[in-house]
Write a protein that binds this ligand. Structure first.
Ligand SMILES: CC(C)(COP(=O)(O)OP(=O)(O)OC[C@H]1O[C@@H](n2cnc3c(N)ncnc32)[C@H](O)[C@@H]1OP(=O)(O)O)[C@@H](O)C(=O)NCCC(=O)NCCS
Length: 145
C-alpha cells in the first residue's frame, strides 16, 4: 500500500494522544493559554506593553514588548521589563521567561541584557528581512535566581 499525503490547513481528522505521547509533544498540543498583557501609561499617555505568551505546565512564558516610538530611549522599556519580571516572579509564579529577538534588533538585545537575560541559543537564518536571512536570538532568564 502506498503512503498517501493530504495537505490541509485545518485538519478534520481527530486522533487520540496517549498519556505517553503527551510526554513528547509541546504542551501547546494540549493547552493554549490566552496572552496576558501589561499596559503601561504615564498619566493618561500610553507608553507601551509587555505581553506574556504562557506555557502553563512549564511555568515558562515567552514575552514580547513594545515602547511607543515617541518615548523610546528614556528608560521606559527597562522600567516596564523590571516591573514585568517582578510581576512574573511574585504574582504569576513563573519559573522562567523567554524572548526571541531578531539579530538586527540592537535596542531590544541591549534592553534584555540590561535586565539580566542571557543569550541561550540562536535559530540560524530563521528570519527573512530586507532581502536576506537573519538569525533569531533566544534569550532566557530564570526567575528564582
Ligand atoms: C526595544 C524597546 C522596547 C526599547 O525601549 P526603550 O524604552 O527605548 O529602552 P530603554 O530606554 O529603557 O533602554 C533600555 C536599555 O537598552 C539600551 N538601548 C535602548 N535603545 C537603544 C538603541 N537604540 N541602541 C543601543 N542601545 C539601546 C539602553 O542603553 C538601555 O541600556 P542601559 O540601561 O544598559 O543603558 C523599543 O526600542 C521598542 O519598542 N522597539 C520596537 C519593538 C521591539 O523591537 N520589541 C521587541 C520585540 S519582542
Amino acid at each position: 500500500m502506498g503512503l498517501i499525503c493530504i495537505v490541509s490547513q485545518n485538519s478534520k481528522q481527530t486522533y487520540t494522544l496517549t498519556l505517553e505521547d503527551s510526554y513528547y509533544f509541546s504542551e501547546r498540543k494540549l493547552i493554549k493559554a490566552s496572552p496576558i498583557v501589561l499596559e503601561f501609561y504615564e498619566d493618561t499617555l500610553f507608553v507601551g506593553f509587555v505581553e506574556f505568551d504562557i506555557r502553563v505546565f512549564n511555568k515558562n512564558s515567552y514575552i514580547t514588548f513594545y515602547v511607543s516610538a515617541e518615548v523610546r530611549g528614556k528608560g521606559y522599556g527597562k522600567r516596564m521589563l523590571e516591573f514585568a519580571l517582578s510581576y512574573a516572579r511574585n504574582e504569576m509564579n513563573l519559573h522562567r521567561l523567554t524572548a526571541e529577538v531578531y539579530e538586527y534588533n540592537i535596542p531590544s538585545i541591549k534592553l534584555l541584557e540590561s535586565v539580566g537575560f542571557e543569550l541561550e541559543g540562536r535559530l540560524r537564518e530563521a528570519k527573512y528581512h530586507e532581502g536576506r536571512y537573519w538569525d533569531i536570538l533566544v534569550f532566557g532568564k530564570i526567575l528564582n535566581t
